[in-house]
Design a protein around this ligand. Structure first.
Ligand SMILES: [Zn+2]
Length: 592
């Protein structure tokens, strides 16, 4: 690999946006969709096990064919969003996909009906490969209403409960905020003001927090009216769909169970590790106590070490190889085949992602790599996703690569942990070790602990509704402050404006998107627990992790744990995960 920053090579997919093979592939995909429709529309309900097997294999053939075009159009567009050719292709493929998914919408409806009427098909040996997917269809179909009712809900939601989300984002995007930036008053948009929250200057951070949350709080009655109606709407629809609780639908989508999530949240509640870390961070920042605006602030006088892409590559390969020599195979291949676009440049999509390339048994990564430590970790994370894709595409058919979010982060977070431990062994400067540990603990603290407060907050809203309480602004704020304080206790001092913190989270205002939080907590703690097991078992653990990744979505999250000797239904599973967090805090204590 060239040690210069690279852009990616997409020619394995298509030579350019003008490649005539793109149109050929589109034509072939349309032909496959038409054939599927004429063979199966109205007929799925009557299929035998053998017939259903053929039907599922046909849909997979179609999906695999179309995926090359959707992948290429997304990648080419993300790499250069200002290019009219890639824009036009992206637009064309988006419309094509939307049309085909409307055309084939009958498939999942009819499959649901078939499984509802013949649940014994799930255990039929002929359909062994699809058993878990069919189990999930069965759980979902139990709560479906009639076709007319489902259509009515979609139509009414469009201009009803969905409108609250528009109101919240319009509010944020049309206001200006007065923030004192390094002593100078400035009028800023929400995006600009929000970008100052992790500013190195404390007074600037405080001013940005006060400006944003003070203004949001002034209109608190508007936000509470929105949230109250969204939650009440959800409770009503959940009851009509016969879910046992407002959380039940999300548990089915995430392929998990209430008792597992209860154990997970209890483990977090009982742990004081994050508070221990926040006290250490206050010490490092030379303050008696952190303010809320210091929680993820950068440490003062930290050396900003820069890494080249080549150095990042070497570090990640060393870290992954330490786990098992084979485990770095996907990472090496991603660099060798130039499947990574790391160059920061104008017109490129922000952020980082890893997109699966099923037919190529590989993936593509996009990132703007500026050489910070955080960039190295983002790359290790995305290369973990590529590793997951590498194993999964070699062992599973298309349907079984649809991994729910609680498991989808397994290889990515595991990769970050491998890199952390590798770097902790290699680094000899104390300042760098402190910076590394704080980076990891800030990140994990937010994902595991802060996000848990949001789950409790959401649970409290529904408990209020169930007990007939009216959710006015003060009531909602008190739920947020209680949930937040369960995590932060008395180790962080909060600005009074922060009672309105819940008002800026767009997800709370998205209709039908309830309880989106806990999968992040689950994903993090699931991997921490696997990692703790790896530290105990050493090399013997590597084939187990590889087996888990290779299984894709062919097994439930409980079965995935069982397959490698772990029981996610037990409290101890989550306690083991917490030990990883505790060790990092302990490491920081030793060098402070
Ligand atoms: Zn990820």
């Amino acid at each position: 690999m060239d040690s210069q920053i690279t852009n990616w090579d997409l020619t394995e997919l298509f030579s350019s946006a003008d490649d005539t093979r793109i149109n050929q592939t589109i034509k072939q995909s349309i032909k496959l969709a038409n054939e599927f429709e004429s063979s199966y529309r109205g007929k799925i309900i009557g299929l035998s096990a053998e017939g259903l097997l053929e039907c599922l294999q046909s849909i997979e053939t179609f999906e695999a064919k179309l995926s090359d075009v959707t992948l290429y159009s997304n990648l080419a567009f993300s790499a250069d969003m200002t290019n009219s050719k890639t824009q036009a292709l992206h637009d064309k493929v988006e419309k094509l996909s939307a049309n085909i998914s409307k055309q084939l919408a009958f498939y999942s409806l009819e499959l649901g009906k078939l499984i509802k009427s013949k649940p014994e098909l799930i255990q039929n040996p002929v359909l062994k490969n699809y058993r878990h997917m069919l189990e999930r269809v069965k759980l979902r179909v139990e709560h479906q209403l009639s076709e007319v009712e489902e259509q009515l809900i979609i139509e009414k939601d469009q201009f009803g409960v969905n409108a609250w989300e528009e109101l919240q984002s319009k509010w944020l995007n049309t206001r200006m905020f007065e923030v004192t930036v390094l002593g100078q008053k400035k009028m800023l948009t929400y995006g600009e003001a929000n970008g100052l929250l992790p500013h190195p200057d404390r007074a600037t951070r405080e001013s940005a927090n006060r400006a944003i949350y003070g203004a949001l709080g002034k209109d608190g009655e508007i936000f509470s009216a929105a949230l109250r109606n969204i939650c009440n709407d959800w409770v009503t629809v959940s009851k009509r769909r016969k879910y046992v609780s407002p959380m039940a639908s999300s548990l089915i989508s995430n392929d998990t169970q209430q008792n597992i999530i209860d154990n997970l949240l209890q483990t977090i509640e009982k742990s004081s590790t994050y508070r221990r870390y926040l006290k250490l961070k206050a010490q490092l920042m030379k303050m008696p106590m952190l303010g809320n605006h210091d929680i993820v602030a950068p440490l003062p006088d930290t050396p900003e070490k820069k890494y080249t892409l080549q150095q990042a590559r070497d570090l990640i390969i060393q870290a992954y190889s330490r786990f098992s020599p084979d485990y770095a195979a996907a990472v090496k291949e991603m660099f060798d085949k130039r499947h990574i676009d790391a160059e920061p440049r104008f017109g490129k999509r922000n952020g980082a992602f890893c997109a699966s390339y099923y037919n190529g048994k590989s993936a593509y990564i996009l990132q703007s790599f500026n050489g910070t430590l955080s960039d190295v970790f983002t790359l290790a994370h995305e290369l973990g996703h590529a590793t997951h894709d590498w194993y999964m595409s070699r062992h599973q058919t298309v349907i079984n690569t649809n991994v729910p979010s609680i498991v989808a982060e397994t290889a990515s977070i595991f990769g970050e942990l491998l890199l952390t431990d590798h770097m902790l062994k290699e680094i000899d400067s104390e300042k760098e070790r402190k910076a590394l540990l704080c980076l990891v603990l800030d990140e994990a603290g937010m994902t595991t602990f802060q996000v848990t407060a949001r789950v409790w907050f959401e649970q409290a809203l529904y408990e209020s509704i169930e007990s007939g309480e009216f959710l006015d602004y003060q009531k909602i704020c008190s739920h947020w402050v209680n949930a937040r304080n369960k995590i932060y206790g008395d180790v962080v001092e909060w600005l009074p404006e922060m009672e309105a913190e819940w008002t800026m989270k767009p997800h709370y205002f998205m209709a039908n998107y309830r309880f989106y939080n806990y999968p992040y907590v689950y994903a993090q703690m699931f991997v921490y627990s696997l990692y703790q097991r790896y530290l105990q078992e050493g090399k013997a653990f590597a084939p187990k992790l590889i087996e888990l990744l290779s299984a894709g979505s062919s097994k439930s999250s409980i079965e995935l744990g069982e397959s490698i000797g772990l029981d996610v239904t037990k409290m101890d599973f989550w306690k083991d995960g917490m030990q990883v967090f505790e060790r990092f805090v302990g490491d920081l204590e030793k060098i402070i």
